[in-house]
Unconditional design. Structure first.
Lengths: 114, 110
């Protein structure tokens, strides 16, 4: 089944404890991105990747890192999480060419930072 | 980015009625306008999209219209059903990314 998977789905952590949210897609998509969703603010892009080893900042990259060593994986890293990073996170992928095609979203990761 | 405004933020309609959600954008170079539906506990899913060389597109009960001169586009859902209840997001392509509106929570009451 073609899909985007994220792990974990739910995470409660404490301020300053490094964490990684994994994202994997099995559709051989070139473009992947991370979004955060907050009430009243909609979806805001954190980082995106056009292809392996090519990443760039989105609208709200502060406090996040990403890597794209393999085509299928695009982990989101929070080196020192803070309470304002409590949010619902979505990974998405699309075949090629950036944003002119359907983005396939993962099921989301709900993160709480205490 | 904050280039897409979406209205209304909440919308309640009776089953069978129509629902209309409107979005405006600012970048005249935008050329792709998708609409996503997000059901509770799930990720957004594309329901319809339109490109700048088309003024209207229809898929069964949903349709999208685009007015490039006025820089606005709208989602129309006819004969609404309870399963249409969800959050809907408009978006517009900006460079290599999509800018999303803040979402409309649609409630269809039986």
């Amino acid at each position: 089944e073609a899909q985007v998977t994220q792990n974990p789905r739910y995470l409660i952590t404490v301020t300053g404890k490094k964490l990684t949210v994994t994202c994997s897609q099995n559709m051989n998509h070139e473009y992947m991105s991370w979004y955060r969703q907050d009430p009243g603010l909609g979806l805001r892009q954190i980082y995106y990747s056009m292809n392996v080893e090519v990443t760039d900042k989105g609208d709200v990259p502060e406090g996040y890192k990403v890597s794209r060593k393999e085509k299928r994986n695009f982990p989101l890293i929070l080196e020192s999480p803070s309470p304002n990073q409590t949010s619902l996170y979505f990974c998405a992928s699309t075949p090629t060419g950036g944003a002119n095609n359907e983005q396939f979203f993962g099921p989301g990761t709900r993160l709480t930072v205490l | 980015g904050e280039n897409v405004e979406q209205h209304p933020s909440t919308l309640s309609v009776q089953e069978g009625d129509s629902a209309v959600i409107k979005c405006t954008y600012s970048d005249s170079a935008s050329n792709y306008f998708p609409w996503y539906k997000q059901e509770l506990g799930k990720g957004p899913q594309l329901i319809i999209d339109i490109r700048s060389n088309v003024g209207e597109k229809k898929d069964q009960r949903i349709a999208v219209t685009l007015n490039k001169t006025a820089k606005h586009f709208s989602l129309h859902i006819t004969e609404t059903q309870p399963e249409d209840s969800a959050v809907y997001f408009c978006a517009e392509r900006a460079g290599y990314a999509l800018n999303f509106g803040k979402g409309t929570s649609l409630l269809v009451t039986p």
